[in-house]
Each structure stands twice: as C-alpha cells, then as structure tokens.
Design a protein around this ligand. Structure first.
Ligand code: SAH
Length: 278
C-alpha cells in the first residue's frame, strides 16, 4: 500500500520483497517516469473534459502506475492483466476502489468477446483505451482492437518503430499493413517520445505515445468490401518490393508498389476488383 510507482527504488524494493522477477516474455517493462505518465493520461483523455465520464479499458496494468493516475482523475477503469500475480494484487494495492475492475487473463481473449455491452464484458463497453502495451503482444492486441472498431479513442505507449509504422503514410519507408489497417478507421497521431530510461527494466529501444481516434470516412464500406480490402492489402504487402501489376497479374495494370498507394487508392481498387469478379 502507498508505494510510489514512479520511484524506481520503491518498485525495485517491492520486486525484491515479493521475489518478483519482471517477465520478458510478458513484456514487463514498468513505467517509472512521472512526466511520461502524466503525458500519456493527458493525451488519452484529451477529448474528454469530464474524466468522470470516461470508461477506460487498460491492457497490461502491471503494478498499476497508469491505473492509479486514471482512477485519481475519476475515470472508471477495467484493467486486463495476464500475469496472475500482478492481477491478484492490483485492486488491493490501489485501495480497492469501486470504479476499478480487474480482469485476470489474456487481453486477446477479452477482445475476442463479442457479446453486446448489455450482456457484460467486451471491448465495446468502453469509451477509451489507455495502455502501456506489452512489447511482444502490443501490435497484435492493437490491431485486433482496430479491426473491431470497438473503441472511439485509443492511446498507447508502444516501441517507437511500431508507432512509426502505425502512423506511416503512403510513400514512406515504414508504410506497411499495420498503418494501412489502422488508418482505415482511425486517425493516428504520434504524441511524444518516451526514452528507454523511463522504464524498468530498461528496454533496448525507446517508445512513443500514439493516439488513435476513430473516424467515419470509410463507414459506408460493406463487410464484404472490408474483408476484401484486408485480403488485397495483405497479399500486396507480402510482396512489397514487387510491382502490383505482377502480384495481381492481369487484375491490375500497374507499376506502383504496395507502399505507394493511399488508403483511398486501396479502397478504390478493392471495390473495383470486387465488382469485376461479381
Ligand atoms: N502498465 C504498466 C505495465 C506495462 S508492462 C506500466 O506502465 O508500468 C506490460 C504489462 O502487460 C505487464 O504487466 C504484463 O504482465 C502485461 N501483459 C503482457 N501480455 C499481456 C496480455 N496478452 N494480456 C494482458 N496483459 C498482458
């Protein structure tokens, strides 16, 4: 109780006392920097002047450094933690507040839950996702949420290179599937960098705070068009160095490469090919 979670010495002391060894496979790099912590939560709630109305999903709360800050601002938080030891201690360590729900389990299972909000848990009941995502599973977790279009606003701390890929526009070297898929329904904004020294244990690379805000520019796409958009872009980026005309043979006459097309181009292409094959 009462541990200062942005004090490296207190966090380390807690780990020693409880014989807890941060688990690399679970991407356990705890945030220990107060400025970065405040910046993430500020960015996450920027669209929400009344934090008391925010229903926040947090994935990988760890020792609860973000959780504690969000609760102190009045948010309701549901925190999904895979490590049973951390999940078990979280609520009590924060004083068991009524607006905190802890779910012990894998975030991917939680996200896969498709029940409508009225029937209980699932990603659709939240207004915001704010998380320092685990390194290994971070991209996968984020893309699953993106594909569901479940949340209006998602602010995450991810490795800098993952952030760059999410935000990459056509023509950029880091343009790939993650960016194309994320941007289909979200505007991606790089908020600020967070140095590797802000985490313990210290990771090999720096991180970036990214905000994804859901937009409705492609809301009219049918389920079939969406599915085809995903198939088409997946195939194209598996051969990103090749000209599109050679990947899709006679379907497309083009010398362009996958990374050069904008999402509008992909949508036009997907719709056109769907109609041609209909
Ligand atoms: N938010 C904390 C911890 C970040 S470390 C902080 O900023 O300090 C990442 C956290 O995600 C760890 O607590 C790890 O146990 C948890 N985690 C890893 N994989 C997960 C998964 N698939 N689902 C839910 N939590 C996961």
């Amino acid at each position: 109780m009462g541990m200062n979670l942005t004090s490296p010495s207190q966090v380390k002391a807690w780990c020693i006392e409880h014989d807890f060894h941060p688990n690399r496979t679970l991407g356990q790099n705890f945030l220990i920097d107060r400025n970065a912590l405040v910046a993430i939560v500020d960015a996450g709630l920027a669209d929400c002047p009344d934090a008391g109305g925010a229903q926040v999903l947090e994935i990988g709360p760890g020792l609860g450094v973000l959780t504690e800050e969000m609760l102190s601002r009045g948010c309701s938080v549901t925190a999904v933690e895979k490590d049973p030891v951390l999940a078990e201690r979280l609520a009590a360590s924060l004083g068991s507040p009524a607006n905190l729900t802890v779910v012990a389990g894998d975030a991917l299972d939680f996200i896969a839950d498709d029940r409508p909000p009225a029937e209980g848990r699932g990603p659709r009941e939240f207004t915001h996702m704010i998380s320092n995502l685990p390194y290994q599973a971070g991209t996968r977790i984020l893309l699953e949420l993106v594909l569901k279009r479940a949340l209006p606003s998602m602010t995450v701390l991810v490795q800098a290179e993952v952030a760059d890929r999410l935000a990459a526009k056509e023509g950029s070297k880091t343009r790939g599937l993650a960016g194309v898929w994320a941007q289909l329904d979200y505007d991606v904004k790089l908020v600020r960098k967070v140095a590797a020294s802000c985490f313990w244990p210290r990771p090999a690379v720096g991180s970036t705070v990214v905000t994804l805000t859901r937009h409705d520019r492609n809301i009219a796409l049918s389920a079939e068009e969406r599915a085809f958009f995903h198939r088409l872009t997946k195939q194209a980026f598996e051969h990103r160095r090749k000209q599109l005309g050679s990947i899709f043979k006679d379907m497309i006459k083009s010398s362009a490469r996958a990374e050069e097309l904008s999402n509008e181009d992909w949508i036009t292409l997907a719709k056109g090919l769907l109609n041609e094959n209909a």
